[in-house]
Design a protein around this ligand. Structure first.
Ligand code: NAP
Length: 291
């Protein structure tokens, strides 16, 4: 939006639908201006309509490689096409972290899900589990109670990381119960789907929980496969370091949103960081024009 309004020759490259992880969020209750709350889908639809109003050009394609070192940055698409730009804002976001336990890969899409908003209606009147203790796990567990008969939240500690208002709602919700201090060690199922979870408790005991679905909502990992990691500075998790003006260590290259190394991953942060990154890019480009 900032780049299009600044009349920069800008291309937004997106491999899927514009909207990223917010499209996987059932309900957004903390974005300013929407005092009654808004669905993630609707919010991103509005943001897309907003950039369309300023005529932002978009290209729907997957990026496979980037060379960001020279003055001309080169972006390679899956088709082999190469695009060049004087400045690049990396906003490739993040994706759900996997549990990495037996049964997870095999039963994905047949009872193992990473998106409650997408899959909740499949579990009407069924008993399901949510793994995690953060905002995503608790918010989506609440959403799942609209469909499932019982939602068991399995958390590896004895207290939640989620924000207080979500905790209050979850503790008050009769359909939600908790298994504390425990981790899923195996997802058990057959060709039909998930049947149960083997659970390892921190006290050394084990148990089995019969469920037909498990939602793994245990945080995110960066979408960095297409980034030139050797050219950028990243943290140990593979998130990109920037300064407070969203500058990476490469001139003309900025990062914004969940791909950045940071503590708070909120929509409001991503939006602000996008604006800051664009203003930094604009400043860089105007200096190039003077040189
Ligand atoms: P998160 O805040 O990183 O929480 C991940 C949760 O999963 C933690 O409770 C963590 O346990 C647990 N966990 C991590 N690895 C695990 C593993 N291997 N096995 C079992 N449990 C594991 O991630 P998130 O909830 O997905 O949220 C991501 C970001 O989006 C956060 O910054 C969050 O605030 C933001 N977000 C905000 C909202 C909102 O404001 N309404 C909604 C959704 C997401 P520990 O607690 O022990 O570390």
């Amino acid at each position: 939006m900032y780049a299009a309004r600044g009349r920069l020759d800008t291309l937004l490259i997106e491999k899927g639908a514009t909207g990223g992880q917010v499209l996987l969020t059932d309900w957004v209750d903390n974005y300013p201006g929407f005092h009654d709350g808004i669905t993630g889908f609707e919010l991103m639809d509005k943001m897309t309509a907003h950039v369309d109003r300023f005529g932002l050009e978009k290209k729907f394609a997957a990026v496979t490689a980037m060379d960001l070192q020279g003055e001309q940055k080169v972006i390679t698409l899956e088709s082999g096409e190469e695009l060049t730009a004087q400045s690049v804002i990396i906003s490739t976001g993040a994706k759900p972290r996997k549990l990495d336990v037996p049964g997870e890969e095999e039963l994905q899409g047949r009872g193992v899900s990473y998106c409650a908003t997408c899959d909740a209606p499949f579990y009407r009147d069924q008993e399901i589990a949510v793994v995690g203790g953060g905002n995503t796990a608790v918010q989506e567990a609440l959403h799942l109670t609209k469909f499932a008969s019982k939602v068991t939240v399995i958390h590896r500690r004895d207290s939640l990381r989620a924000t207080a208002i979500l905790q209050e709602k979850a503790f008050a919700e009769e359909k939600i119960n908790f298994i504390w201090d425990a981790q899923v060690s195996e997802i058990v199922g057959n060709d039909e789907g998930v049947e149960s979870l083997n659970i390892q408790h921190n006290d050394g005991s084990t148990s089995n929980l019969p469920v037909t679905g498990i939602f793994v909502l245990i945080g995110v990992v960066p979408n960095n496969e297409m980034l030139p990691m050797e050219q950028l500075e990243t943290d140990e998790g593979g998130f990109v370091f920037t300064d407070h003006e969203m500058c990476t260590k490469l001139p003309g290259v900025y990062a914004a949103g969940d791909i950045r190394s940071k503590n708070s991953r909120q929509i409001i942060n991503a939006a602000g960081e996008g604006a800051t990154a664009e203003l930094s890019a604009e400043h860089y480009l105007s200096n190039l024009a003077v040189d």
